[in-house]
Design a binder for this molecule. Structure first.
Ligand SMILES: Cc1cc2nc3c(=O)[nH]c(=O)nc-3n(C[C@H](O)[C@H](O)[C@H](O)COP(=O)(O)O)c2cc1C
Length: 302
């Protein structure tokens, strides 16, 4: 049987309710955001194929104390609903606050490799991030090992060199023809100065791209410019902090990969997928002793 699709052409989840376990409390219908489960009389029932359909968010599974609801499809299986850790094992607001305040972008790494177990644990934590299209369309490439990371850095730098054309007078004219003003300004004020600095440093054996990290992770997504990979990356940086690891988001990887199909193929980004945020990962070589008070540019209650 073919996969059932919703209006946007995405595979649907297929929810089911075990009538023997169901107490008809109605919570699954109450939390279902797409009305795929609705009350019919005093019983929850799965509605037909119309509308958006099940997005496999798992709300009905998470809310059911009896374990009566299941979702399959869109990468979910019945085993994906599990009993939560007891409240005593969960972080308190104070604990989380302390963790968040302690995290800094790390740009100095120890020459200490990372095990697959550690990276897998971090990714398991990061995969809890809320996604626009659950469970997750985000793909992850792990480049583990200092030498592999340097090979990746070298490949990206070769791509950066092509951008230097845009710093020339002719390149500046070409930019006018092919880029809108916002992109041109970003290229001129941010991307070009950063890449020139990275290339100059590389000549002296310095790595201003990945900071000699032992591991780099790239997040990608089938949709262009979605925030899902960035959210996954944000969760990954918090997970890193909780595991005693340093991390730093790296924004220049995606544009370089986007510019070269050959590079995407070499570094495992499947055709039709869009590279997004990358992050360095490793044991930090410095420890931060003080927090830095951060504020949003503005907060208004209106
Ligand atoms: C989208 C994004 C792209 C970033 N790109 C880079 C980068 O290419 N190189 C780098 O050193 N830091 C990069 N950073 C890290 C920021 O510089 C860092 O988050 C900022 O300095 C705040 O520091 P903190 O994380 O210690 O609070 C990036 C961060 C984000 C969110």
């Amino acid at each position: 049987m073919g996969k059932i699709k919703n209006m946007s052409g995405r595979e649907r989840g297929i929810p089911s309710i075990d009538a023997d376990l169901c107490t008809a409390c109605g919570l699954c219908a109450r939390v279902c955001p797409t009305s795929t489960i609705m009350m019919s009389g005093d019983k929850p029932c799965i509605t037909g194929d119309g509308g958006f359909g099940c997005i496999a968010c798992g709300q009905c599974v998470a809310v059911c104390a009896e374990g009566a609801t299941r979702v399959t499809g869109r990468g979910m299986s019945p085993e994906d609903g599990f009993v939560l850790p007891p409240a005593s094992e969960r972080s308190t607001a104070k604990g989380l606050e302390a963790l968040l305040e302690s995290r800094r972008s790390m740009r100095q790494y120890k020459d200490q490799p990372l095990t697959h177990e550690t990276i897998d644990r971090l990714l398991t934590m990061a995969s809890t991030a809320p996604m626009g299209f659950p469970p997750s369309d985000v793909g992850v490439i792990v480049i583990n090992g200092k030498e592999r990371v340097q090979e990746f850095a070298e490949d990206l730098c070769q791509e950066f060199k092509k951008w230097l054309f845009f710093a020339s007078p002719i390149g500046s004219l070409v930019m006018r023809g092919v880029m809108d003003k916002a992109t041109r300004d970003m290229m001129k004020d941010l991307v070009l100065p950063i890449t020139i600095e990275i290339l100059e440093a590389r000549k002296k054996g310095q790595d201003f791209l990945f900071y000699h990290a032992p591991c780099v992770i790239v997040f990608y997504d089938p949709m262009k410019d979605t925030v899902d990979p960035s959210i996954a990356g944000s969760f990954a940086t918090i997970a890193a902090e909780s595991l005693g690891l340093g991390s730093c988001m790296i924004g220049t990887v995606a544009p370089a990969l986007k510019g070269s199909r050959e590079l995407r193929a070499k570094w495992g980004i499947p055709d039709g997928q869009h590279p997004s945020i990358a992050m360095t990962l490793g044991y930090g070589a410095v420890s931060y002793k003080r927090g830095i008070r951060r504020r949003f540019a503005s907060v208004r209650y209106i």
